[in-house]
Design a protein around this ligand. Structure first.
Ligand code: PMP
Length: 424
């Protein structure tokens, strides 16, 4: 029995499913999870000494790879001074100033501990600012596990939403309205019926939690215009895309001026983090200046802030993004040469799905995802794992490139993928 199998058996006794976040259990790809012992640069090493080139990269935060030297040095230094004060300190100030100096839509920012928390607080702020209760979300977008966001579409577009999770009260679901990605008509339908009571629309501008479903810019413009027309706020959830698609994330490139933006992942350099941000007038409705309560014992803890600062400083001049774009193109060219599998990619985020690239338009909504992915991906995943390549353990999670990946890492992924498809 492998070390990982032994640990998994023990872990299942002490925590549900043996993991502390569901997708880590390999439930969507079958088999047993590998237990990681340590990692460096682009490599994961499991407890049995197996080595993998990691294309999951902790689901996005590690844009510089594992144990980036500058981040590690800054964090060691921070730990030597103390790791939690519950008091004002200067590191979060430096991080906030770095971000505010670069992103014009961020006049103030509040750091929290997770993307879920950032979204939860943003929704409260949007409701307070508008005096309205309803939130419009899009089927297929994930915004963390706060009650009102664990909702998918009911049968009628503007009808009653139904929760994805047990334990979500009907009252929480009642204020969440669902529209379809890539479908202006469904947005109109919801706003026509509920426009006067919608506090905000929240969207991942590049949805990356149901595969990677790039949206047409016109569609996002339509969502933004509908919000303006009906007096609702627009929230971009950039927990994944922030500092990933370029320093300013999607917001920088789209020219749409969302009212609030949520961040997470890269902004904490791989340590627990989240953040929400916007114009001063809106943000100053948050406590202690305003009436919207929001707090956190470990918020802006000096370790996450230090790791975030050391990461963002390395991203600020744009060199890393240029390198990642080049790696992404090599990956794209490699996958194009393999029949039977294609990819959708936005910069350094990629997603594998069945079929030849030329036979299909882009999948932009969950309904356009080939059902065969649920059968094909687990086979590909395990073939690659056996070849020393670690992909995200779910057909609907995206892969990430990092500055620690080399052309030969990409070559290994492409070769393993070609052999996986040939052996299907
Ligand atoms: N929003 C988006 C777009 C996300 O991708 C995620 C996490 N994958 C979250 C929110 C929730 O973040 P966290 O897991 O840090 O709570």
């Amino acid at each position: 029995m492998s070390g990982s199998s032994e640990l998994f058996a023990r872990a299942q006794r002490v925590t549900p499913g043996g993991v502390h976040s569901p997708v880590r259990s390999f439930g969507s790809v079958g088999g047993k999870p590998v237990f990681v012992d340590h990692a460096a640069a682009a490599e994961l090493v499991d407890i049995d000494g197996n080595r993998y080139i990691d294309f999951c990269m902790a689901f996005g935060p590690l844009i510089l790879g594992h144990r980036n030297e500058e981040v590690a040095a800054a964090v060691s230094d921070a730990i030597a001074r103390g790791w939690s004060y519950g008091a004002a300190e200067a590191i979060s100030l430096e991080l906030a100033e770095l971000i505010i100096g670069r992103l014009p839509w961020v006049e103030q920012i509040r750091f929290v501990n997770s993307g879920t928390e950032a979204v939860m607080s943003c929704l409260r702020l949007a409701r307070a600012a508008t005096g309205r209760n309803k939130i419009l979300k899009f089927a297929g977008c994930y915004h963390g596990h706060t009650d009102s966001m664990l909702i998918k579409a009911g049968s009628g577009l503007a009808g009653q939403a139904v929760a994805d999770s047990a334990g979500v009260p009907a009252s929480a679901a009642a204020d969440t309205l669902i529209a379809k990605l890539d479908d202006e008509g469904s947005v109109d339908c919801v706003f026509d019926v509920h426009g006067a009571s919608i506090a905000a629309a929240i969207i991942e501008p590049v949805p990356a939690n149901y595969g990677l479903l790039p949206q047409r810019p016109e569609f996002l413009r339509h969502v933004a215009a509908s919000c303006r027309k009906h007096g609702a706020l627009l929230i971009f959830d950039e927990v994944i895309t922030g500092f990933r698609l370029g320093f300013g994330g999607y917001t920088e490139r789209c020219g749409l001026a969302p009212d609030l933006v949520t961040y997470g992942k890269i902004i904490g350099g791989g340590f627990p983090v989240g953040a929400f941000a916007g114009k001063r007038e809106l943000m100053e409705q948050v406590a202690p200046v305003g009436p919207v309560y929001q707090a956190g014992t470990l918020s802006a803890n000096p370790i996450s802030m230090t790791a975030g600062l050391a990461t963002l400083r390395q991203l600020a001049d744009g060199t890393v993004y240029a390198e990642l774009a080049a790696l992404g193109e090599i990956l794209e060219a490699g996958i194009r040469s393999i029949a039977g599998v294609r990819q959708q990619r936005t910069e350094s985020m990629f997603w594998l799905l069945p079929g030849a690239a030329d036979d299909h338009g882009l999948a932009r909504s969950p309904a356009q995802i080939p059902v065969s992915i649920a059968e094909q991906y687990p086979r590909i995943f395990h073939h690659l794992l056996g070849a020393g390549v670690y992909l995200p353990p779910s057909p609907y999670e995206v892969g990430f490139l990092s500055a620690a990946h080399s052309e030969s890492d990409i070559g290994a992924l492409v070769d393993a993928l070609a052999s996986a498809v040939a052996n299907q």
